[in-house]
Write a protein that binds this ligand. Structure first.
Ligand code: ATP
Ligand code: MG
Length: 405
């Protein structure tokens, strides 16, 4: 179990190394866990370094004076450094969904309040039982996400055979995917996310399980789903992930209305525009340019909202701007049973859509200078540019606005 030559030890943050060293000096096991180890082995730049330890939260607090405990259901320690913190979690054991008799909230965002129960048999309702390092590995989702790295001993610890899967770029569920996806349906979405970001194949049995269980994703907490969908937009691999979502049918479960339209002939063509836009978002991300949540939602569903707006114009005689605003608001708000899009995100996405016809109208005069000061103006202009790049129309309008910024 020695460290493969490829593990980029030097990429580990000093702070994470310090935390691990201190915990080990105090007699505890402490490792880098999960995505950080996976990314170091793949030569990727880890987003962060999560630490897993045998120390209980109160013991972690005793070791570090710069420590804050967070979370109600499962206590995590944050060790604070100047401008950042390192998250330390105590090893956890899997909870057996069959015998778990003390349901709290459905497995959800860390601090999410208990909410309407949609759980059904086999779904894990809590995950707050301490365990050993090995148990902690087995409760994780995919084999490549269950690796530990001991930076003091320079050793990778691989309880679930993640290393061969990493080598072959396979995303394999730990244990039976039918059981694991029933326990927590969001793992299916995570499978698509990792397959897209890491460019891995979803192992065929897991892929089959997704095709059978995909409707269970509707049981996930809408606020957790919102966080997950935002992660997709910001992943730098949004196009690849959305292709997986379509391929597996998960897209239609998360976004039923838009999904149904994309399955039509007209919608299929629009889907190409969406992929084009997502590819552009990935390029921005690669260059370090994040985009706002309203712009991401507006771009990802632009053609659908435009089509809905055209119907509203035709059937209800609405003007273009209000039709776009209403179509966008109705769709994003209507998702709330599946994905709880924040109210301000819905509002700003609608505003930037309603701004599209305004670009044409306010080329000149006082009104254009006021228009320019709106907080959504920049995002609206990005939408205009991408739309024009795709449709090949309105290039002169984009040009005019670029000249007059
Ligand atoms: P990223 O780089 O995108 O953050 P990650 O692997 O770190 O990827 P996180 O969502 O940050 O993913 O989760 C950290 C780790 O926690 C995962 O690597 C995995 O081991 C475990 N994990 C997270 N969510 C689940 C889940 N739903 N079921 C089982 N294990 C999970
Ligand atoms: Mg992570």
């Amino acid at each position: 179990m020695s460290a493969p030559a490829a593990l980029r030890h030097e990429k580990i943050s000093i702070e994470a190394l310090k935390v691990i060293q201190r915990l080990q000096q105090n007699g505890y096991q402490a490792y880098i866990a999960g995505g950080g180890v996976r990314d170091l082995l793949l030569g990727r730049h880890p987003k962060d370094f999560d630490i897993a330890t045998s120390a209980h939260p109160n013991e972690v607090r005793r070791v570090f004076h710069n420590c804050r405990l967070i979370g109600r259901r499962f206590r995590l320690a944050h060790i604070l450094f100047r401008g950042l913190f390192i998250e330390v979690a105590t090893f956890r054991a899997a909870v057996d969904a069959e015998t778990d008799e003390q349901p709290e909230a459905p497995l959800a965002g860390r601090d999410e309040p208990p909410e309407a129960f949609r759980a059904r048999d086999g779904m894990i309702l809590r995950d707050n039982v301490f365990g050993t390092a090995e148990q902690d590995a087995w409760r994780r989702d995919f084999t490549v996400n269950a690796l530990f790295y001991d930076p003091e001993a320079h050793k990778v610890i691989d309880y679930c055979d993640g290393l061969p899967d990493l080598e072959r770029r396979i995303l394999r569920s730990i244990g039976d995917p039918f059981v694991r996806f029933r326990e927590d349906p969001v793992r299916m979405l995570r499978a698509c996310r990792f397959a897209g970001t890491l460019d891995f194949q979803i192992e065929p049995h897991a892929d089959h399980a997704i095709s059978q269980l995909r409707d269970d994703l509707a049981l996930a907490s809408p606020s957790r789903m919102y966080e997950e969908v935002l992660k997709l937009f910001n992943s730098g691999a949004a196009e690849a992930i959305f292709r997986h979502l379509h391929r597996t049918g998960l897209f239609r479960v998360i976004f039923p209305e838009a999904g149904a339209w994309f399955a039509t002939e007209e919608g299929e063509e629009a889907l190409l525009r969406i992929y084009h836009v997502l590819r552009q978002m990935d390029v921005w991300k690669k260059h370090g340019h994040g985009i706002s949540a309203p712009l991401a939602w507006a771009l990802a569903f632009g053609p659908y909202h435009e089509q809905r707006a055209a119907i509203l114009q035709r059937e209800q005689g609405l003007k273009p701007a209000p039709a776009l605003a209403i179509a966008t608001t109705e769709h994003l708000r209507g998702l709330s049973k599946r994905v709880q899009v924040f109210k301000w995100v819905v509002r700003d996405a609608s505003l930037l859509m309603a701004a599209q016809p305004v670009f044409e109208k306010t080329r000149e005069g006082v009104r254009s200078s006021r228009f320019r000061t709106r907080h959504y103006f920049g995002d609206a202009l990005v939408y205009l540019k991408l739309r024009s790049a795709w449709t090949g129309q309105g290039g002169d309008l984009v040009h005019w606005w670029q000249q007059h910024l």
